[in-house]
Ligand binder design. Structure first.
Ligand code: S3P
Length: 178
C-alpha cells in the first residue's frame, strides 16, 4: 500500500450509536457525494442482514466481508463512508481508508451510546444481558484505534447539523492543504 494520501472521500468511524449514518447522510447531501455504509454494502454483497451473517457465519466471517468492502472502497471518489463500529479494530482497514479519505471519528460517552441504542435490536454484539457493560468494554478495547483518526468530534451536546458543519469544515481544510 502506498503512503501517499489523496483525500477524495470522508470516512466516519467510531462506536455504534455515535451518529455516523445520520451525519454521513447529511454531509453527503451537502457535498453532493454518494453516501456509503459498510454494513449496507456487506448486506447487499452477501444477500443477508448483519444479524443473519453473525448468527449463521460468525463474527470472523463478518470481519472478512468488512475487509473486502474496505479494499473495494479505495477505488471510490466523492463518497462519504460510514464505517461499522468495529471496522478500524483491524489496523489495516484504517490504513487503507487513510489513503483516500479524511478519517473522522465521532465520539459519545458510554451513557449516551446506551441511551441511543437501547431501543434498537439490529446489533448482534449488543444482544447481551449487560449492554452498558459491553459498551464500556468494547469502547475501552477500541479507543486507541479510534484515536488514530485524523479528526475527533464529540457529538455530545451537538445536533447532527452542527456535527455535519464540523465535518465539512475539516474536509475543506484538509483538501486545501493538498
Ligand atoms: C459493529 C457495529 C455495527 C455493525 C456490526 C458490528 C461493531 O455497525 O458493523 O453490528 O463491531 O461495533 P454500526 O457501528 O454502524 O452500528
Amino acid at each position: 500500500m502506498s503512503d501517499e494520501r489523496i483525500i477524495q472521500n470522508i470516512a466516519l468511524i467510531g462506536f455504534m450509536g455515535t451518529g455516523k449514518s445520520a451525519v454521513g447522510r447529511l454531509a453527503a447531501q451537502h457535498l453532493r457525494f454518494a453516501f456509503l455504509d459498510t454494513d449496507e454494502l456487506i448486506e447487499t454483497e452477501v444477500g443477508k442482514s448483519i444479524p443473519e451473517i453473525f448468527a449463521e457465519q460468525g463474527e470472523a466471517a463478518f470481519r472478512k466481508y468488512e475487509r473486502a468492502v474496505v479494499n473495494d472502497l479505495s477505488a471510490r471518489r466523492g463518497a462519504v463512508i460510514a464505517a461499522g463500529g468495529g471496522l478500524v479494530a483491524d489496523p489495516s482497514n484504517l490504513a487503507s481508508l487513510k489513503t483516500h479519505a479524511l478519517v473522522i471519528c465521532l465520539w459519545a460517552s458510554p451513557e449516551t451510546i446506551w441511551e441511543r441504542v437501547r431501543s434498537q435490536t439490529h446489533r448482534p454484539l449488543l444482544q447481551t444481558p449487560d449492554v452498558p457493560g459491553k459498551i464500556r468494554e468494547l469502547l475501552e478495547q477500541r479507543a486507541a484505534a479510534y484515536r488514530q483518526a485524523d479528526v475527533q468530534i464529540l457529538t455530545e451536546f451537538r445536533s447532527p447539523k452542527q456535527v455535519v458543519q464540523h465535518v465539512l469544515h475539516q474536509f475543506h481544510q484538509a483538501r486545501k492543504r493538498k
